[in-house]
Design a protein around this ligand. Structure first.
Ligand code: GMT
Length: 375
């Protein structure tokens, strides 16, 4: 049965925005009608199909308001779109404020409008610790008809932290296999001034403190003492100045390339030999799956959902947060032994194409929609 689905996410926020947009595109491809209700067009929604609609949440600034009322405007827009377009359900990404807004919309529209909430991590692992917000997050979760989380670890953390008995179903993230595969990148390496014998290590993040980008630099500094190598840093964020300074103080400026925000990371991953994600908190780590899908082995930390994405010794390696020596030793091993590299790379692609296959994940979401709608 074809459904009418409203999707709300933070359109510009990293992985969660990407996953919400990709899910919308896949649902539309399967014939469902998808209505994005967001503050701007989600940044991966460029390939629109005729089943995808976009409803912009425009927040007016009135002199009486000290802060623009985004949450109320969103709730009102959700209710308005739900009635006009006869939506079956709202699938919201992030409990706060989106699940709470969806609850308000449901109160306005009626109980037939169902709410599916997907937790991505930051709302739990960061905001969940804020006593001013935790009751509100729990409320948003408990008022949802069904709740999913992007890893088993996030399910566990949500239960532990918010002390809720609400059933939360783990549904892993996925990538578009037509974009994320090992591409023929022509002379991209040459264009980036990377020598044929240089190993390429890549890190992609929003440079927040939890991503521990200085650890990436410290690890790379040890790698480049042993072999010719370049580090590609993709993204921008608050830790950027600290990272720049560290690179300078270690004297490795000529080997570290700051490429800023990039839309197309599949080609950069395709020239990479190793991806590093050394976060202290990470509910999933979408970049690890994007890398795996392109055949890039990974080293990640034993934090949050990372051990569900990297299988230690099979698709890459796991290390404890901050254990620079261990991470560097494992990285050097992967980069030095081509047989090991090939094995990890093949396993990574296989895992990305099975457990995390987009069609498999899409079916899980569709089953959840049917369950809440009782069809
Ligand atoms: O990591 C961030 O700062 C961005 C955030 C987001 O909303 O995209 O990422 C969270 O959701 C991603 C998609 O589900 C996950 O891959 C990230 O692991 C998660 N980030 C954290 O848990 C810190």
């Amino acid at each position: 049965m074809k459904l009418k689905i409203g999707i709300t996410c933070y359109p510009t926020v990293g992985g969660s925005g990407v996953v919400a947009a990709e899910l919308g595109k896949m649902l539309a491809k399967k014939g469902h009608e998808v209505h994005f209700i967001t503050s701007s067009i989600p940044f991966r929604l460029e390939k629109t199909s005729r089943n995808i609609f976009f409803h912009e949440v425009e927040v007016n600034q009135y002199a009486v308001f000290r802060y623009p009322p985004y949450d109320l405007t969103l709730a009102s827009k959700m209710a308005c779109v739900a009635v006009r377009e006869k939506l079956d359900l709202l699938h919201v990404h992030y409990a706060v404020p989106h699940a709470v807004c969806a609850f308000l919309a449901k109160q306005m529209v009626g109980d037939h409008l169902k709410i599916v909430t997907t937790l991505h991590g930051t709302d739990i692992t960061v905001l969940g610790y804020d006593p001013a917000l935790s009751n509100m997050i729990r409320f948003g979760i408990e008022q949802s008809d069904m709740v999913t989380a992007v890893s088993k670890d996030l399910v566990r953390q949500t239960h532990d932290l918010l002390k809720t008995n609400k059933e939360i179903v783990p549904v892993y993230n996925f990538v578009d296999e037509d974009i994320y595969y090992k591409q023929d990148t022509g002379n991209l390496k040459e264009e980036l001034n990377i020598q044929p014998d240089e190993k390429v290590i890549i890190h992609i993040s929003n440079f927040r403190g939890v991503k521990r980008v200085p650890d990436v630099i410290k690890v790379f500094s040890k790698i480049q003492e042993q072999m010719a190598a370049k580090l590609l840093l993709i993204g921008e964020g608050p830790e950027f100045p600290v990272v720049m300074e560290l690179v300078q103080s270690l004297g490795i400026e000529s080997k570290v390339m700051f490429l800023g925000k990039q839309d197309n990371v599949a080609d950069l991953l395709s020239i990479s030999d190793l991806v590093l994600l050394l976060s202290s908190k990470e509910s999933f780590g979408l970049i690890l799956l994007e890398a795996a899908s392109c055949g890039v082995p990974a080293i990640g930390t034993r934090a949050g959902g990372i051990p569900e994405v990297i299988v230690d010794g099979e698709t890459g390696y796991l290390s404890d947060v901050g254990d620079i020596d261990d991470i560097a030793a494992k990285a050097i091993k992967i980069l030095q032994y081509p047989d090991l590299h090939n094995r990890l790379s093949e396993n990574a692609v296989n895992r990305a194409r099975t457990i995390f296959h987009s069609q498999h994940i899409l079916e899980q979401y569709e089953a959840i929609y049917r369950k809440v709608l009782d069809i």
